[in-house]
Design a protein around this ligand. Structure first.
Ligand SMILES: Cc1ncc(COP(=O)(O)O)c(C=O)c1O
Length: 383
């Protein structure tokens, strides 16, 4: 029986999956053989572009692709960087994705400590330094999230790298750059840069979901052989496959990689990361200006802790406001926002990444105004 479900195209103001351009989706209309030269060249160019985007020297760093969503790259990196036995990880966390790293470690029985900071601000590097210096443990690796997508907070990754570099026994620095790479200025061009940076095809690189990305110093792979407790997530073996024959070890997401190839080309044509940062900033300013006029308050209070990628708003305290109704009425108008993910506040999130432009954010704000009026929530909203 034919599938009669009709899809309705909507604008996604989410942190992923997000709206991709038509050419990126059209790039998937080809069936390529996974062992064919055409496809091997696609993989090669993607890996080169990823190093260019992050300003990483090919002599020092390499880029690896892995089947799966962003969590697969985080798990693969944590598995690789903590030796067995005897290794220990410190997770610097201020939100859901930091906590997920701890869940990954607990599941894989990787010894790990969580140094937890409040969700509505950046982590404090001085406190991290103090914690490490007073700890009874010597950490093999330290991990952190660059941009906590659960709140929109941007963390001082470069400062953390500098602190780790000065330690007597330097731990490996793993950074989750899932929602920052491609949309925030950040480069792997100095000794304090992360040893392992993970990201996803499906955030600021504006491709479809299905491919996890790991960019790491080549020396790390030498140092970490045999650490991984999983066959399919073993990055050292994945790199061996990519380096020796340019191929994935197991069935690659061919269509997804074609889309990523096209999306990286689009990033270049847009003017590179700096141009994308500019557009995302404009999107964010348009959104925040409109939401402020409607009376909405942000979760993150200090502007220096805020990113221009996603904004968390506190839910208004009016008896007529219910997030589920707000969400579904906006969705009926073709505007998809995202629920909150912080534990200590009733909030929702609006992302401005993907194929979005200031006029889209302007339209979203006008839809929010119309929906609140329909719901009988007086404007400006009150708390
Ligand atoms: C910072 C961060 N880390 C990890 C993840 C997990 O990625 P995924 O849901 O693609 O597995 C996300 C997803 O939004 C994220 O924003």
């Amino acid at each position: 029986m034919a599938n009669t479900f009709t899809y309705i195209e909507k604008k996604l103001f989410t942190p992923g999956p997000l709206g991709c351009s038509k050419p990126v989706k059209e790039a998937m209309l080809f069936d390529l053989g996974s062992r064919d030269t055409q496809f091997i060249n696609v993989i090669k160019e993607i890996r080169q572009s990823l190093l260019e985007i992050t300003g990483a020297s090919p002599d020092e760093y390499t880029a690896i692709l892995l089947q799966g969503s962003g969590t697969y790259s985080v798990e693969a990196a944590l598995q690789m960087c903590v030796p067995r036995p005897g290794g220990r990880l410190l997770i610097v966390s201020n939100g859901a994705y930091g906590k997920r790293m701890k869940t990954i470690c607990d599941t894989a029985e990787i010894p790990a400590d969580l140094l937890d900071f409040p969700e509505d601000g950046a982590f404090d590097v001085k406190k991290v330094e103090k914690f490490i210096s007073e700890s009874q443990h010597v950490y093999s690796a330290v991990s952190a999230v660059h941009l906590e997508t659960s709140s929109g907070v941007i963390n001082p990754a470069t400062e953390l790298g500098k602190v780790l570099m000065q330690l007597q026994k330097r731990p490996l620095f793993i950074l989750d750059g899932m929602s920052s790479i491609g949309g925030v200025s950040f480069t792997l061009d100095n000794p304090a840069s992360p040893d392992v940076l993970v990201t996803s095809a499906n955030k600021c690189l504006q491709s479809v979901p299905g491919c996890a990305i790991i960019i790491a110093r080549r020396a790390v792979f030498e140092q970490c052989k045999g650490n991984c407790r999983s066959l399919s997530l073993d990055l050292c073996s994945q790199l061996d496959g990519l380096d020796t024959c340019g191929q994935f070890r197991f069935t690659p997401p061919t269509h997804c990689l074609l889309a990523l190839h096209r999306a990286l080309g689009e990033l270049k044509s847009e003017g590179g990361v700096s141009a994308r940062v500019k557009r995302y900033r404009e999107n964010c300013q348009t959104l925040q200006h409109g939401m402020e006029q409607l009376g909405f308050q942000k979760l993150v209070k200090l502007p220096e802790h805020e990113s221009h990628i996603i904004t968390s708003y506190l839910c208004p305290k009016h008896p007529n406001f219910a997030f589920d109704t707000f969400y579904s009425r906006l969705s009926n108008k073709g505007q998809v926002i995202y629920p909150g993910k912080v534990t200590n506040a009733d909030s929702f999130r609006i992302g401005n990444i993907g194929d979005l432009h200031p006029k889209d954010l302007q339209h979203l704000v006008s839809c929010i105004k119309a929906v609140l009026t329909d719901m009988g929530v007086p404007l400006p909203v009150r708390y």
